[in-house]
Design a protein around this ligand. Structure first.
Ligand SMILES: *[C@@H]1O[C@H](CO)[C@@H](O)[C@H](O)[C@H]1NC(C)=O
Ligand SMILES: *[C@@H]1O[C@H](CO)[C@@H](O)[C@H](O)[C@H]1NC(C)=O
Ligand SMILES: *[C@@H]1O[C@H](CO)[C@@H](O)[C@H](O)[C@H]1NC(C)=O
Length: 340
């Protein structure tokens, strides 16, 4: 316990001595230093408390701790290897945990800082978008960290229809579902991440009931704030699914009881059974939050409505459409940053 507390102090002192920011230390690859076996530094109880409070979350499971633990291990290890750890300088330092948390604005940061770190515990990541009081859990899997060079934060995931997407605005605003299962991350977080100066890109991956896949990527993805009803801006399509989301660009988000579409008295969200960025109901190019139909629904004709669709790849019809969808985002500069 005592030694780990000293470690925190040392790390801060080390950062100070090296005149490097926490960010710079964490970004430095471990190979900059010698390749001695990394040590494990344990979190003292009071630090765990700081983490929990910083996370401000009713869910105080231990899953939120490992991410900090790993980063702090790395920080301590870098400092130790650089030979700047000095037992005489341990007084008056603050645990750097909240500072570490501040750096984790999205999964691309986690990816960058943990590059080359092994032995990372399983469980969801936590991120804390700038200006947000609390952190949010985000899904984590090898795929998101490797597809198209990784660094993606998953914002929507469906694959078995276990989660109802016909919901009110507050659910879409705050997010719903289990982060390790089907889920929607939440418009509030999306706005916090993409509404500022950092440009984000969006990637959408889909699979049909025969195992065919398609993808769409947009260079720009921006979600406006609550006053603008979480208006979507997308542009710069690439992919092989077709540019269906362009029909939703500049449209506001509508849900079953919050009709922000441009179709007069019609309510597209109610007609199509899911919250989405609709302008004109019949000209909507996509709805990945629509009702989830399985092939049996079509065989028995018990499906009503359009289901989950993406025009140009799986246009709504009488045939089973999309089985799985995943939407994910990352800062546009990410690739330049990791390949430079
Ligand atoms: C650090 O912890 C990991 C996971 O618990 C363990 O596998 C590894 O052996 C530990 N390393 C050291 C140097 O104690
Ligand atoms: C949070 O932690 C406390 C103390 O360990 C425990 O009693 C409580 O049940 C936990 N709450 C949740 C929601 O897990
Ligand atoms: C789209 O590209 C992926 C590979 O990137 C491929 O697996 C898939 O079959 C393609 N889909 C279509 C509809 O061309």
């Amino acid at each position: 316990m005592e030694s780990s507390r000293l470690c925190f102090s040392f790390c801060l002192v080390a950062a100070f001595r090296l005149s490097l920011s926490l960010e710079q230390i964490l970004e430095a690859p471990l190979s900059l230093f010698d390749d001695a076996t990394p040590q494990n530094y344990s979190l003292p109880a009071e630090i765990v408390d700081v983490v929990c409070k910083a996370n401000c979350d009713k869910d105080n499971s231990t899953a939120k701790v490992p991410i900090h633990q790993v980063l702090i291990n790395k920080l301590c290890e870098q400092a130790r290897r650089a030979g700047v750890v000095d037992k005489g300088d341990s007084d008056g330092c603050q645990p750097p945990v909240p500072d570490v948390m501040k750096l984790l604005t999205d999964c691309s940061k986690i990816f960058t800082y943990l590059n080359g770190v092994t032995g990372i515990p399983s469980g969801p990541w936590r991120i804390k978008p700038d200006d947000m009081e609390t952190s949010v859990k985000v899904s984590r899997s090898q795929t998101h960290m490797t597809t198209d060079h990784g660094g993606w934060t998953v914002i929507q995931n469906r694959f078995d229809g276990s989660l109802n997407f016909y919901r009110r605005l507050w659910d879409y605003r705050d997010g719903f579902g289990d982060i390790e299962g089907e889920h929607w991350l939440g418009l509030k977080v999306l706005h916090k991440l993409t509404g500022g100066d950092t440009n984000y890109e969006l990637r959408i991956e889909m699979q049909d009931w025969d195992g065919n896949t398609a993808w769409a990527k947009y260079d720009t993805f921006k979600i406006a704030g609550e006053r603008e009803k979480y208006r979507l801006t997308v542009s710069g399509y690439q992919g092989n699914a077709s540019d269906a989301l362009v029909h939703s660009s500049k449209c506001k988000f509508s849900t079953r009881q919050e009709d922000n579409d441009l179709s007069g008295a019609r309510n597209c969200a109610e007609e199509q059974g899911g919250g989405w960025w609709y302008c004109f109901c019949e000209r909507s190019g996509s709805n990945l939050n629509g009702p989830y139909f399985k092939p049996a629904h079509y065989r028995k004709e018990t499906h009503t409505g359009l289901g989950v669709y993406w025009k140009g790849w799986k246009t709504h019809s009488r045939h089973p459409l999309i089985k799985a969808t995943r939407m994910m985002i990352r800062p546009s500069g990410f690739l330049d940053q990791i390949t430079k």
